[in-house]
Design a binder for this molecule. Structure first.
Ligand code: SF4
Ligand code: SF4
Length: 365
């Protein structure tokens, strides 16, 4: 097989101007949170490095990661799939089927040994020799191990591949298993979420194509560039949290006023993801902006982490963990010590009567 052409060669062949190419590089740098001068590095990589072959496998999953991926705006998913990488196998979107499709895997493994990326959506069920997921006539777990053997690196798309997700929720009858428990000798980047954010997915690929290595990871194996902050840290409702103003139910006045959703179960305070900064659908919105608390979908075992609509019972922000009942008063005290003395006193008064009741807020209005 001949040399893979570069991204730049390919887009020039498609008639795209150099000016637009450089614009693309600037946007990509911005979407990765990199300083403007990194646009030049991205341009250099795209001009000189051959496109990376990618084999994208699907195990037990619902395809929501692919659904999210194709909605990426910066960069566009079509630029990633058709130009930045060479997506040589993806059983969801490839035209080939049957033996022809399976042969594509073997061809890439032979011609790009140690150079291709394995991207995995979903996970392998291990019960009864893997019988609960049989793509191409073989247990998925066997296919996964086979393709991983010669990969340069592995991307675990979504919470299914990263943690197991709903398939692995108790009692997990199929023994659905996250991929790092099956692939043990390859670098793996986990991109959890149910699904992950589109721009986070394309951002991880852009980073690898540009720098030839996986981005820096946190202790759980997630890229720090997208998972270093809690949803709570940049949430636009945070001012209400700090002021001790909470929705008590989904249809009370506090909810209509856009108060903090902590008491109706929001897990933003313990969830690391980019939802409150990158948002979804080209930055239009995210679940909390639609009035629903964060479910913690990018954290391990989120389906088994207690009922979704009950408030977190412990809260890690305040050093020695505070109980849920102290949150309103503690938050209000913080505000009172700071510049918003009025808000603090108001919240303290609320805490005495009934913590942060919207009805009390009505009376004061
Ligand atoms: S608890 Fe949830 S709604 Fe409230 S500020 Fe934190 S992330 Fe936002
Ligand atoms: S807001 Fe929370 S539950 Fe919703 S997508 Fe983001 S991390 Fe997942």
């Amino acid at each position: 097989m001949g040399r893979q052409e570069t991204f730049y060669e390919l887009i020039r062949r498609q008639g795209i101007s150099r000016r637009n190419f450089l614009k693309f590089c600037s946007l990509s740098a911005a979407s990765l949170g990199l300083a403007p001068h990194f646009a030049g590095k991205i341009a250099h990589a795209m001009e000189t490095k051959p496109r990376v072959p990618v084999l994208w496998l699907h195990g037990l999953e619902c395809t929501c990661c692919t659904e999210s991926f194709i909605r990426s705006a910066h960069p566009l998913a079509k630029d990633v799939i058709l130009s930045m990488v060479s997506l040589d196998y993806d059983d969801t979107i490839m035209a080939a089927a049957g033996h022809q499709a399976e042969q594509a895997i073997e061809d890439v493994m032979r011609d790009y040994k140690g150079q291709y990326i394995l991207a995995v959506e979903g996970n392998p069920p291990l019960a009864e020799d893997g019988i609960f997921c049989i793509p191409g006539g073989k247990p998925f777990v066997d296919k996964l191990k086979h393709v991983a053997a010669d990969a340069a690196a592995v991307i675990a798309w979504g919470s299914c591949a990263s943690w197991g997700c709903v398939q692995a929720a108790k009692p997990n009858p199929t023994q659905a298993t996250p991929i790092h428990k099956v692939i043990k000798n390859k670098p793996i980047v986990k991109v959890p979420g149910c699904p992950p954010i589109a721009e986070v997915m394309t951002g991880v690929i852009t980073y690898y194509v540009t720098f030839g290595e996986l981005p820096a990871l946190d202790k759980q194996g997630r890229p720090l560039m997208f998972y270093s902050q809690r949803v709570h840290d940049k949430c636009y409702r945070r001012c209400h949290f700090d002021a001790g103003q909470f929705a008590e139910t989904f249809d009370d006045r506090g909810s209509r006023e856009g108060y903090c959703l902590y008491k109706v179960g929001c897990r933003g305070p313990t969830t690391y993801n980019a939802c409150s900064t990158t948002r979804w659908n080209e930055g239009v919105s995210f679940p909390i902006a639609s009035g629903h608390g964060c479910l913690g979908c990018s954290e391990p075992d989120f389906w088994d982490n207690g009922p979704f609509y009950e408030r977190l019972q412990t809260f890690p922000q305040f050093g020695a963990e505070a109980t849920a009942n102290r949150i309103g008063a503690t938050a209000a005290a913080v505000v009172g010590v700071g510049i918003a003395a009025h808000a603090g006193l108001t919240a303290l008064r609320q805490a005495k009567v009934k913590p942060n009741s919207p009805a009390e807020t009505d009376k004061r209005a």
